[in-house]
Ligand binder design. Structure first.
Ligand SMILES: NC(=O)c1ccc[n+]([C@@H]2O[C@H](COP(=O)([O-])OP(=O)(O)OC[C@H]3O[C@@H](n4cnc5c(N)ncnc54)[C@H](OP(=O)(O)O)[C@@H]3O)[C@@H](O)[C@H]2O)c1
Length: 307
């Protein structure tokens, strides 16, 4: 479509009842305000949080109060289509980012999206926009998890990363090693080569006695139980924060868009340090099928919707 067109297509959830409640609607374009850009989306990953929106998890928690519909989709990559005053980015620039929050009518599973320019990063040359679309939410969450973990204790520390073959976990495994942790990734048996390829050890069971656990697989109590007394735990489910026990410090991540952080993370993707895995590319018109496939589990890399 052109910018002058009267409407654009976006995924909406009117009555959440699972993957099949995702529909495509025509909505009027929004103009970017001061400090904002409108992005013409080239790819938008489907994440577990989108399944939660389609399934009504956040509606039931009272976190959504939209009169007509919610706009699902967090991750995106594309090109700047229009820039508001002081946005500092020119039309045509390749950017990636994610939009957070639940109570919103617009999301990234769309042709166009207006976001603060400070929330996006310029995509380095050599990184494909569809690949870039898999990175923002999950690498940002991983970097924030590693910040919550902090540096390994003097003399080294043993860290278990659950969900090490998912989207968040691989980034945690790589970034935690930079902070001195000796990393072991937990994943399914078939994921062993991938996890070892990250430079991590491998296990299929959480075991016990770890100095710290980064629970990117959202195993929750099972993962907390694997931390030694007095160790550290970082979870990924803010709505289900675990209570502290046995002197274990318990933190939970809530990823927020941060364009400067994402710029550094995408630079590492460009160098090949961090993965950008695409499971499948699906037309936006088939968003409900993509959500359904994601809900089936076992997906490695992200399903990316392309308008
Ligand atoms: N709070 C935040 O800011 C934030 C941000 C991003 C993500 N998250 C959350 O973080 C979690 C991970 O996200 P993601 O996108 O990385 O999810 P994902 O791609 O589904 O990865 C999770 C991985 O954990 C594996 N897994 C689950 N149970 C396992 C078990 N018992 N043994 C071995 N492997 C197991 C899954 O394998 P199978 O597919 O085979 O089950 C999958 O590979 C989700 O809960 C997501 O909602 C939170």
């Amino acid at each position: 479509m052109t910018t002058q067109q009267q409407t654009y297509r976006q995924a909406v959830v009117r009555v959440p009842s699972g993957p099949r409640s995702v529909e495509i609607a025509d909505v009027p374009p929004v103009e970017p305000g001061p400090g904002q850009v409108r992005v013409r989306i080239a790819g938008a990953a489907v994440n577990p949080v989108d399944l939660g929106v389609a399934g009504g998890v956040f509606h039931r928690l009272g976190m959504v109060n939209q009169p007509e519909h919610t706009g699902p989709g967090w991750d995106f990559a594309g090109t700047v289509d229009a820039a508001g005053p002081d946005a500092g980015l020119t039309v045509g620039t390749r950017v990636a980012g994610f939009v957070d929050g639940f109570d919103r009518a617009h999301g990234s599973h769309a042709e166009l999206l207006v976001v603060p320019a400070a929330d996006v990063a310029v995509v380095p040359d050599g990184v494909d926009l569809v690949e870039a679309a898999t990175v923002p939410l999950n690498a940002t969450a991983a970097a924030m998890i590693v910040d919550l973990l902090g540096a390994a204790p003097e003399g080294g520390g043993r860290l278990l990363v659950t969900g090490a073959a998912g989207a968040v976990g691989p980034h945690v495994a790589v970034l935690a090693r930079d902070r001195g942790w000796e990393v072991t990734g937990m994943a399914r048996a078939a994921d062993e080569a991938f996890v070892r390829g990250l430079g991590a050890g491998f296990t299929t069971e959480p075991g016990e006695g770890w100095d710290a656990v980064a629970d990117a697989g959202a195993l929750q109590e099972r993962a907390l139980a694997a931390v030694r007394d007095g160790g550290r735990f970082v979870g990924v489910q803010p709505a289900a924060r675990l209570p502290e026990e046995r002197g274990v410090s318990v933190e939970v991540v809530f990823a927020r868009p941060d364009g400067e952080l994402l710029t550094r993370l995408l630079a590492r993707v460009a160098k090949g340090d961090l993965p950008a895995r695409v499971h499948a590319v699906v037309p936006l018109a088939e968003a409900a099928d993509a959500y359904q496939a994601m809900a089936g589990g076992g997906v490695r890399g992200r399903i990316v919707l392309v308008p």
